[in-house]
Ligand binder design. Sequence first.
Ligand code: C2E
Ligand code: MG
Ligand code: MG
Length: 636
Amino acid sequence: METFANGAIAAAYFIIPLTLLPLLLTAKRAIWLNLLLLVAFVFSCGVGHIFSAMHRHSTPWHWITAGVSWAAVIVLLRSRNRLRYLGETFHLLEATWEQALTGKLLCERSGNDLKMIKLNPAAKLITKDLLKPGDRLCEKMPVHRQEVYPYDMPLIDLYLEVLESGEARQLEYQYKGDEISGWYMTLVTPLSSELLYMTFTEVSGVIHDPLTGLYNRRVLEMDLGPWEVCLFIDLDRFKLINDQRGHILGDRLLVAVATVLQDHVQTYNGIAVRNGGDEFLLLLPASDSVELCPTPATIAATVLKGILAIEIEGANVGASIGVASGTIDAFEEDTPINRLLQAAETALREAKRNRRSNLPQHRIQVWNSDLARLRLRQITLEAYLAQRSSETEFSLVYQPICNMQTGAIVGAEALIRWNSARLGRVSPSEFIPVAETTGLVHRISDWVLCNALEQLAQWQDIAPQFTLSINISPLELEDDDFLDRIMQRVSGAGIDSNHFGIEITERGIYRNLDRYLQSLQSLRDMSLRLKVDDFGTGQSGLAQLLQFRFDEVKVDRYFIPTNAQDLEKVAICRAIANLSEGINFTLVAEGIEHNDQRVLMLGLKYQYGQGYLFSQPMTPQKLTTLLEKGICLSPQ
Ligand code: C2E
Ligand code: MG
Ligand code: MG
């Protein structure tokens, strides 16, 4: 029995070193010797045990030793894989430290400075070998004690702050040293109250747009200026070219535009920025540092000329340019560079609104006091609209849509009115665009939706075939919440949804039709009547109208001829009418003001019309009376 116990103990002593072997194979060199000694020790214990067992008698103590050593064997065998992974992890960690492209360093607090403990090769490279283990950071790189953009405090203070807070932090800053300068990103991780681990990399390359090689928007956060002149350039109908001729050609056009801008950058010593998509900025310094100093508007005209001259595989681009220069008084709350940008952007929006030809006077808008006033008005509108109480100042009026032959009211369009306590009556043409840019339009649309549905429920009791439509902003089609809400509200309103219409202005819809098609389909699935509003104003052409089958097309009043001599408009209206027969959508002529127009449009096969000839927009009470009495708005 004793011999058996002794044998078991001895066997365990020999198996333990075997289970430690995998660790030995993968362990780092520094602990390799320790491990080898441990293995040798256990092994020699086994040999020792055999010898002593030959001379001594077995005791219960031998049984306990046998049990413990076999427990060790089992534990080691079970954790063999884990031991191997531990060894391999050491190797991997070592490799990531040595081979990483980002700089890594370990340092400890030393008074108000940091002392280097260990740096990886990338850290040595990025810091141009200025730092070695044992060095103090600020002694070797004193710029760490100066304020750093954009934090307004020295980097060293930021690092020490991280140590004190105990929370890791990501910093992005502009480092301007004698030997090293650029934009860097550093991840600072406190390992204890004294030890700091940092990973850092240069991110200056990130401020360039890979396609055009121009700067991207991030450059605006750097204080490269001061800039005195800003040209905000937007390519016209670029999306259309991209969609119709493909992205490769689109990209080539963008690169060509960038080349035009680069030429100006060199002449005037400024920078060119791709602001995103088809928007570009040209920022130029104060005129005294410019040798030849043409006015900003003249520079814009040469930029425009350069862009208009581009032709690739028969494709051209146009551009609108907003120009701002000098000190901008508006947008007081902003930094000077942002004021300049905002002024140029506001001017650009105005230029886009006005574009009538490729002539500079129609494409270039210089920031002026009128625009400043306009912008101020928009800011005021924004502020008042944002107040919850503005909803109590809204109301809906309804403009009948009539059968032009008989004058019978077949439906109506709900139009919002805002009678502000402080601003008086504000036209929707003025406040809806403002609400669109601020996102307030979602709230307004919901208000319109609820009220119009309630009204339609009443009118459907009086005139079951009556159709009511509301206007929505194309932005709503990007908002899944809106689609959910509309579904909820329509199904809760107890109306026949075939007689509820949604008008979407053509200007917005084709800007992003691909994106909107799905939302339009959802609206169609709810059996709503889909209408293109202001058709003709969006420059999209008839071909695009075919991409989605709308139920109704409302031709903008601009295209309604005043008389038969207005040949161009007559031809356009006839073409739309022919198309409507082919693909079967209802046509409505907007803005019918005179009987001549009504007769003319009837002759062109337009059955329905809307306009002052029939009626101005009216209160719901008045329309209720008309519907109850079945009155026709006879044009004669
Ligand atoms: P719209 O949808 O094209 O509406 C027709 C506009 O033309 C209305 O102007 C109407 O009063 C006006 N109008 C109608 N008949 C005639 C006419 O014979 N001659 C002339 N010169 N004008 C006529 P309103 O109410 O000022 O609305 C302007 C625009 O504001 C609307 O154009 C629509 O795009 C937008 N809008 C109005 N209400 C809403 C709304 O509730 N939501 C949204 N998103 N937009 C709305
Ligand atoms: Mg409308
Ligand atoms: Mg319209």
